[in-house]
Design a protein around this ligand. Structure first.
Ligand SMILES: Cc1ncc(COP(=O)(O)O)c(C=O)c1O
Length: 484
């Protein structure tokens, strides 16, 4: 990120306000009920003692997230300056709320939105609530079973067949750090007068170091970033950036009010402010450490287990955030799930695993001692685990939309066993967590392909949301209205 800051990025307005308030040592005749920690249940008092006094509410001097003109407004302006946005909104309900807000603020019921197959469940929630109609973009899948990203060509083809689309959603980086060429995608969208909505949940750190991919920045009209995923903010702290004036700020603020609590957590807001300051003052140094740690682990792996490499992605029109380390365990006869549990037995927990690969995320929090332990654990992996090639998951099924997500999710439904549901229309999403990408979205035909994927995922131990305990899924009653 270029450092053109003119505001005082050393400041922490949230801390200034909270400190000034608590220094008064006031008697708390107001919510929250724990009264600065005194009424915390036994067992919580000790771990939360330092934080609880700052768990406050909208008192004089502490501003209001939904109508900010004080410390929260200043903190958001400081963040907007660092990320080069025209406005930044703090999110206390994760990128999940931000993604839905992007769609609610920009789309009316019936508007077409071009949506990539690697979209997170939150995009579908936005489609349900807004009534917008998805036009799905294909996303290439690697042999090892993970999704790459959308290409600029796929977006051009989508707009050619859907010239009146209101917006295109791009999820970049994807879960494995694969970034799309947002600038080329945005150029196409602008030709068609469409908005560019970027789910950058995994990319808050992009652009802070020359060896990281570029952030979407001004190529986006709106972008959402989970600062709890790659920065040091508390879960589920996130932000929504607004670039330019093609989206309606009033509608956006309204959508954020509909979707977020009226009692935002001040410790969470403070963590967003502090994460901004940390990135503004030392983002480049910190991410250089994370890149270095990931590079060292790549080097340790050497020829032992192949990993995703940036050069390949750049040659193919994508980019790769190399702080996401994807080990292609399946290529050397190691089941990623077994490798992950082996690492867990050495007290090393990775982000996700499936039969063909596992994903480890490096942030500036990893230190030299960690690297030594990682090296030891990895060097023991191949010999003890190498077997025949594990059965890989089939590619994610192609979505076949029959009715809109809104019609399906809000209409009448009944439940039936998965194996009997082929030919029905899904009324609720079935989603593999992680990465939170629906296998089936509401309104889609339950195909044989989708059932096979779900059965394979269950068999390999991947956690799925959307099926009940007896393996039944919700399907639509009646035909609903067909999607064009
Ligand atoms: C691509 C993507 N978008 C959005 C989200 C939702 O983010 P959050 O957990 O901040 O609500 C996730 C969560 O994993 C995600 O992977």
């Amino acid at each position: 990120m270029e450092n053109n800051n003119v505001m005082d990025q050393q400041r922490l307005p949230l801390w200034e306000g909270l400190k000034k308030h608590t220094d008064r040592n006031s008697i708390r005749l107001h919510i929250p009920g724990h009264g600065g920690g005194r009424f915390l249940p036994p067992g919580l008092k000790e771990p939360y003692a330092k934080l609880a006094p700052y768990d406050l509410t909208e008192l004089p001097g502490l501003d209001d997230l939904h109508n900010p003109d004080g410390i929260i407004a200043t903190a958001q302006e400081l963040a907007a300056e660092v990320w080069g946005a025209d406005s930044t909104y703090f999110l206390v309900n994760g990128s999940s709320a931000g993604v839905v807000a992007m769609l609610l603020a920009t789309c009316e019921a019936g508007d077409t939105v071009i949506v990539p197959r690697n979209a997170h469940a939150a995009v579908y929630h936005g489609l349900i609530l807004s009534g917008a109609v998805p036009h799905y973009l294909p996303v290439a899948t690697a042999e090892e079973g993970f999704l790459l990203n959308v290409t600029a060509d796929a977006v051009r083809i989508a707009f050619a067949s859907c010239p009146s689309a209101r917006a295109v959603v791009v999820t970049s980086p994807g879960y494995h750090g694969v970034c799309a060429d947002i600038e080329a995608i945005a150029a196409t969208a602008r030709q068609y007068g469409a908005l560019v909505l970027v789910d950058e949940a995994h990319g808050a750190h992009l652009g802070f170091h020359p060896d990281l991919p570029k952030a979407s920045g001004r190529a986006a009209d709106l972008s959402v970033q989970s600062w709890h995923k790659s920065l040091g903010a508390l879960t589920p702290g996130a932000v929504l950036h607004q670039y330019g004036s093609r989206t309606d700020s009033r509608r956006l603020r309204a959508a954020l009010q509909w979707l977020q609590t009226s009692s935002p957590s001040y410790p969470l807001l403070l963590s967003l402010d502090a994460a901004r300051r940390q990135m503004a003052l030392s983002g480049s140094v910190l991410w250089s450490q994370a890149l270095q740690a990931a590079a060292e682990v790549r080097a340790i792996l050497g020829q032992m287990i192949p990993v995703l490499e940036r050069a390949w992605f750049r040659e193919h029109g994508f980019d790769l955030d190399t702080t996401r380390l994807t080990l292609l365990t399946g290529n050397v006869g190691i089941n990623g799930l077994e490798a992950a549990s082996r690492l867990a037995s050495c007290a090393i927990d990775v982000e996700m695993a499936c039969p063909g690969h596992l994903l480890a995320i490096f942030t500036p929090g990893i230190d030299g001692g960690d690297l030594v332990r990682i090296r030891e654990a990895l060097s023991g992996l191949p010999a003890c685990l190498q077997k025949a090639q594990p059965a890989l998951l089939p590619p994610l099924p192609k979505p076949q939309a029959v009715i809109t997500p809104r019609q399906a999710a809000l209409g009448p439904y009944y439940t039936m066993p998965l194996e009997k549901a082929v030919g029905q229309v899904a009324a609720a999403a079935v989603t593999a967590y992680p990465p939170g990408i629906p296998v089936l979205a509401p309104g889609e035909l339950v195909t044989q392909e989708a059932c096979l994927f779900i059965e394979a995922a269950i068999k390999s131990g991947i956690s799925l949301r959307g099926l009940d305990r007896s393996g039944c899924l919700c399907v639509c009653k009646g035909d609903g209205e067909a999607v064009e």
